[in-house]
Design a protein. Structure first.
Length: 507
């Protein structure tokens, strides 16, 4: 019956109506308006608050891609973090039967998980790094061939992209200045030039970044904005501020005791501080979340998060984790981060608490953090309007932007792609081709992505690497070369890392 009903649908709004009925979801005018704009041949910047249900958009478009429509053949959903690709993948699989979707048409793809390396499936969930490489002629399935100068079948993933609708989700995490923002803008340019529809989805995007997108794409009427204003949750949030910059973790929980009957989320801006707090508060049996867990352990953590009353996390909690807490204790951060973190409090309504402690000086711009904090104090609340104080850094790398444009326009050759990667080492913040393996487990499921700096630090204390599934010792550390590129040339799979723990990750 499901198959009969879905096969009779003719346009995207039909698919939307079918989806919300099948999944028993509430109507969302923001999603409806976005879908209508896509049918009109537009691309859309879609802004909606946390908890709005933006994932419904992907489910609607996935159904349309599989059953057929006149706008696109497939869906590519691009996420900023590897850590949340599998989360969305599982969510789509969970609802696929209700929608009459063949699970085999849904795929997850990142630098470690090769379910659909050429984007051949109808629904592809991927990371920014994988998407950028596939778009700019370095298909991840053949990256070793490219680095060795043997060429690749780059036209295959590019053809799949050109016949898709591309969703850039959690866009505020793409818009960090430098390489990630530059590579993302270059990809939007390429898609726009060929008439490939795209949706930029976010809860927090500054006017500065929106203006940059419009300016760089030079779109005349093809890009429009949809702002969701039909969603509100009845919740009451109390605010509290800690001014003592010398307050320790123990003093913090003495001042705001951990209540076993409430779910508490503590968020730090750095992994180091989160791990330190985890060790100090271990007697509360907390769950620790950060970016340096392997896929197996991260999946276990996300699936068991409801079993814990205390979760200690870094920024990874800001994207793709649909959980609600009674209390948030967070380090001060820029507006976009604070809005995302606060969106995890009383997510589905009710009463909640937000406690902000002083900025510890790392990762973010201090002036922007202070300006955000002052505005929150003045307003006594945290909502989307707080983005008015966001600077929204928009510094592009002009050389990288030009290089990517030349690669995209050069129809015949991909040699410059290899040259660019060797020169830049990585094109986005998240791309990290160096894999770390705990001793004894050398499959991709056990791998933890390392930055160049982290990889170098590990090699300085331990020169043990993995090649063809076996341990070897590295003769010399490639200090002058990009480690990830050096490893690809030498056929090295990754580094054996010390100190990995399934509860603490890389400590």
């Amino acid at each position: 019956m499901l198959e009969e009903k879905s096969s009779s649908l003719t346009n995207l709004m039909d698919y939307y109506n079918y989806t919300i009925n099948a999944l028993n979801f509430s109507r969302r005018s923001g999603i409806e308006d976005t879908i209508k704009k896509i049918e009109e041949g537009k691309s859309v910047i879609f802004t909606a608050p946390t908890g709005y249900g933006k994932t419904t958009m992907t489910e609607v478009l996935a159904l349309a891609a599989i059953k057929g429509n006149e706008v696109f053949d497939r869906v590519i959903h691009v996420l900023p973090l590897r850590s949340i690709v599998q989360d969305l993948y599982r969510k789509l699989l969970k609802n696929s039967e209700k929608l009459g979707i063949d699970k085999r048409e849904i795929a997850a793809q990142d630098m470690d998980f090769t379910d659909s390396p050429y984007f051949l499936k109808k629904v592809n969930i991927t990371t920014l790094d994988t998407f950028i490489l596939n778009l700019f002629k370095v298909p991840v399935a053949e990256i070793k061939r490219v680095i060795k100068g043997n060429g690749s079948h780059f036209e295959i993933p590019r053809a799949m992209i050109y016949s898709s609708i591309v969703i850039f989700d959690e866009f505020h995490l793409f818009s960090e200045e430098g390489r990630p923002l530059t590579s993302t803008i270059a990809s939007l340019r390429a898609l726009n030039d060929l008439g490939v529809p795209f949706i930029i989805m976010t809860a927090t995007l500054s006017e500065n970044i929106k203006g940059l997108i419009k300016k760089e794409l030079e779109i005349n009427g093809n890009l429009c904005e949809v702002n969701a204003n039909d969603f509100s949750i009845e919740r009451k949030i109390s605010m509290d501020f800690i001014d003592d910059e010398k307050l320790t973790i123990n003093q913090l929980v003495e001042k705001f005791p951990i209540d076993k009957n409430k779910k508490t989320l503590i968020v730090f801006n750095t992994r180091k501080d989160a791990i330190e707090a985890y060790k100090i508060l271990k007697h509360f049996n907390p769950l620790l979340l950060h970016s340096k867990f392997n896929k197996i352990d991260r999946t276990k953590k996300i699936e068991s998060i409801d079993d814990y009353n205390l979760v200690i996390s870094t920024q990874v909690i800001e994207a793709g984790i649909d959980k609600s807490f009674d209390r948030l204790i967070t380090e001060a951060a820029p507006a976009s981060s604070i809005i995302q973190r606060a969106g995890r409090v009383a997510r589905y309504g009710g009463y909640g608490e937000v406690i902000i402690f002083p900025f510890r000086g790392y990762v973010y711009d201090r002036d922007e953090v202070n300006e955000t904090l002052n505005e929150i104090r003045k307003r006594g609340s945290i909502d989307q309007s707080l983005m008015s104080v966001s600077k929204g850094h928009s510094d592009l790398n002009p050389m990288l932007l030009k290089s990517l444009e030349l690669i995209d326009d050069n129809v015949l050759f991909s040699l410059t792609s290899r040259d660019l990667i060797e020169e830049e080492c990585n094109l986005t913040r998240e791309v990290s081709l160096v894999m770390g393996f705990p001793p004894g487990c050398y499959s991709v499921n056990c791998a933890i992505p390392l930055t160049e700096e982290e990889a170098l630090k590990e090699l300085e204390s331990n020169k043990k690497v993995i090649k063809d599934g076996k341990e070897e010792y590295l003769d010399a550390i490639p200090r002058r070369d990009c480690i990830s590129i050096y490893f690809l040339k030498k056929g090295i799979d990754g580094i054996v890392i010390k100190g990995y723990d399934e509860t603490g990750g890389i400590l």
